[in-house]
Design a protein around this ligand. Structure first.
Ligand SMILES: [Zn+2]
Ligand SMILES: [Zn+2]
Length: 474
């Protein structure tokens, strides 16, 4: 037994990504890159080195005061701002916002200065390159992509080319009203507003969204990331020969294709606790896959009884996030009732994965083994009981030394009970510290565990079976 063995890792990639999103300030709906251009380089007017303003250049007053001064607004109109940007950096209160608000500012300015209507509006707004025209289109794509996915909350990330952000910042800093919203934040707000208009039941959140959406303003590409859901529970493994998690086939390394040794399944063992539990969940929630995180694991040939071993099932890309857990529990329990059963299912969070994986708790076992040339029964019973309360020294067992560093651990046998001698076969129960190698306690692993049952009864011991009776956790 290696109780604190934890081969399965939580998805490290996910975690990194998560931090990326979570640390961004989504209050202002910032992008993932989060690199607002600095205001430091307030160059003169080098940003208009194109020919956009050439024809009208003579009548543009580059020293106009910033908005909301009427001359400032006139200037922003003259350089060709779209209505959306005019409203955004104009610094005037209007009845409506966005394009409509900008149109009313433009109208007002034209009535003050009829000459303004002579200025042609260029095809491309120098502030946003007409990004706001795409908002409706982008939102449609988001909705289309998530059409079959249930979600209540969303987090938005925006990528905008850096040079556009820099030139926008230069214009806004010089000619916009103080406190005008930067392009990226405004663009995100516009997308959120349109999204909420179409799907008012969802919420935009700063952490733990159901879905993350990234929009690339350059290509208008929309990427969605449906976040996993997590279910906590305890499992009983009632049959031997089942690994806790899926094992890829050794011959084909899980590829499956044409492999004779796994008959194309890609699996070393057809069944696993992970899949017996996970398959009905996948079907129920329309998920793509599962990850299984157990509080330690038992060997393949060891049963796990009592109230079961705590685990967290991570359900990836679920189409349905809200399902009835009692119903799900009975679906799992009818999947393969002679082999695996679950209890105590409840929703949990990603952070529970590490909590469950890191918890070290005492466990109770029953072990049966065989000896030859048995000494008298009462002598056997007395010798085994003498191990109660003893602190073992266990070197890393040979069978796991290829994947664990060699070291000697001290582990306490808390108690021993129910020693039964049945001819050549002996059975007893024990409670011990987390991380005790129980099979090694019996057969001694060629003297690597001291003391051992072998050493106290002075006979070779061959383990027949081992059961976990209880994991004293939670
Ligand atoms: Zn614009
Ligand atoms: Zn194979």
């Amino acid at each position: 037994m290696s109780e604190d063995d934890s081969k399965e890792t939580s998805n490290g990639v996910d975690e990194d990504e998560w931090h990326l999103y979570a640390s961004a300030d989504y209050g202002a709906a910032e992008s993932l890159e989060n690199s607002e251009p600095s205001n430091e380089e307030e160059t003169d007017v080098e940003w208009f080195d194109g020919d956009d303003f050439y024809q009208q250049g003579d009548s543009i007053d580059w020293d106009a005061p910033p908005c909301p001064a009427p001359l400032g607004i006139a200037h922003v109109i003259k350089i060709g701002a779209c209505d959306h940007c005019l409203h955004r950096i104009g610094g005037r209160r209007t009845q409506s916002s966005g394009f409509e608000g900008g149109a009313s500012l433009r109208k007002e300015a034209s009535s003050r200065d009829p000459g303004l209507s002579d200025f042609d509006i260029p095809d491309l707004c120098p502030l946003c390159e007409n990004l706001f025209d795409d908002v409706g289109n982008i939102v449609e794509r988001i909705i289309e992509t998530l059409e079959e996915t249930q979600f209540r909350s969303m987090q938005l990330g925006i990528h905008i080319p850096k040079d556009l952000l820099q030139s926008e910042d230069a214009i806004r800093t010089k000619h916009g009203a103080r406190g005008s919203k930067p392009l990226k934040a405004s663009f995100a707000i516009a997308i959120q507003a349109e999204m909420l208009r179409k799907t008012p039941e969802i919420a935009f959140v700063k952490e733990y969204p159901d879905v993350m959406v990234t929009v690339d303003a350059l290509t208008l590409r929309v990427d969605t990331d449906v976040r996993p859901v997590f279910i906590y529970g305890r499992y009983e493994k009632l049959a031997r020969g089942i690994p806790q998690t899926r094992w890829p086939c050794r011959s084909c390394r899980g590829r499956g294709d044409g492999c004779e040794s796994c008959e194309g399944t890609g699996l070393q063992y057809r069944e696993s606790v992970q899949d017996i539990i996970g398959d009905p969940v996948k079907a129920d929630m329309g998920a793509s896959d599962t990850s299984f995180h157990g509080m330690g694991r038992e060997d393949i040939d060891v049963r796990c009884l009592g109230s079961g071993r705590p685990f967290v099932l991570e359900i990836k890309n679920p189409k349905i996030r809200e399902t009835d857990l009692a119903d799900l529990e009975s679906k799992i329990n009818s999947n393969n009732p002679e082999k695996v059963k679950v209890n105590s299912l409840k929703w949990c969070h990603k952070k529970d994965v590490s909590r469950v994986k890191e918890t070290r708790s005492e466990k109770s076992y029953t072990i049966r083994f065989k000896i030859e040339d048995a000494p008298p029964e009462d002598q056997i019973i007395e010798s085994i009981n003498s191990l109660s309360g003893v602190v073992l020294e266990q070197e890393t067992p040979k069978r796991v030394s290829h994947r664990r560093a060699a070291k000697t651990r001290k582990r306490k046998i808390v108690s021993i009970s129910d020693v039964v001698v049945d001819g050549q076969e002996i059975q007893f129960s024990l409670r011990c510290e987390a991380g005790t190698y129980v099979k090694e306690l019996v057969h001694s692993d060629e003297g690597r565990t001291v003391p051992s049952v072998k050493s106290v009864i002075d006979r070779e011991c061959e383990v027949i079976w081992l059961d976990v009776n209880e994991i004293h956790a939670d």
